[in-house]
Design a protein around this ligand. Structure first.
Ligand SMILES: Nc1ncnc2c1ncn2[C@@H]1O[C@H](COP(=O)(O)OP(=O)(O)OP(=O)(O)O)[C@@H](O)[C@H]1O
Ligand SMILES: O=C(O)C1=C[C@@H](O)[C@@H](O)[C@H](O)C1
Ligand SMILES: [Mg+2]
Length: 172
């Protein structure tokens, strides 16, 4: 195994589960959104406001490609990291890819209290989440080694299922 990479939509729990998984496996944890913020010296809403989504995606691609080059990381990605084919290629080559799935209803619940997601600063965030999932679900599936349902499951249970499913995989 190279890295263990979590993909999925906003509110699927990539950052939460990734941190727990890294602790369990005693591996370093990286979150591509946090890495973008650190390298930029600004938070994600600021990057969207000043540089636009395109500017953010450029930064995201640089970070995804460099983190996927590492070894032995647990990596939580941003929800839109699968949009660029170059990123999908880097993620696929970077290790085992786990798609954390969440229904739109659960995504709405889990993102409602947080103002840190610029794409959800709209009158109808539920519609945005539904539209994004329709576009991105096939892309998450395209690169996933395993798909894990997170609806109505506490983070600890999700972590256990990831570990079991990864153990059962044949080597690539
Ligand atoms: N399995 C779960 N059950 C209940 N709540 C969860 C679960 N996973 C995550 N959460 C909660 O949902 C919220 C969003 O989780 P998190 O930030 O980990 O999502 P994310 O996939 O990293 O989203 P983003 O793509 O925006 O970075 C957090 O408040 C977290 O505590
Ligand atoms: O789904 C998305 O496009 C995003 C998800 C977040 O993780 C951040 O990467 C950013 O808010 C954009
Ligand atoms: Mg996250």
């Amino acid at each position: 195994m190279r890295n263990l990479i979590l993909v999925g939509p906003m509110g699927a729990g990539k950052s939460t589960i990734g941190r727990l998984l890294a602790k369990e496996l005693r591996l370093p944890f990286k979150d591509s959104d946090k890495e973008i913020e650190q390298r930029t010296g600004a938070d994600i809403p600021w990057i969207f406001d000043v540089e636009g989504e395109q500017g953010f995606r450029e930064r995201e691609q640089a970070v995804i490609c460099s983190l996927c080059d590492a070894d032995g990381l647990v990596l939580a990605t941003g929800g839109g990291a699968v949009m660029r084919p170059q990123n999908r290629q880097a993620l696929r080559a970077g290790g085992r890819v786990v798609y954390l799935h969440a229904s739109v209803e659960q995504q709405i619940d889990r993102t409602a209290r947080d103002r840190n997601r610029p794409l959800l600063r709209t009158a109808n965030p539920g519609q945005v989440l539904a539209d994004l999932l329709a576009i991105r679900d096939p892309l998450y599936r395209e690169i996933a080694d395993v798909i894990i349902e997170t609806d109505e499951r506490p983070p600890r249970m999700v972590v256990q299922e990831i570990l079991e499913r990864l153990e059962a995989l044949a080597p690539r």
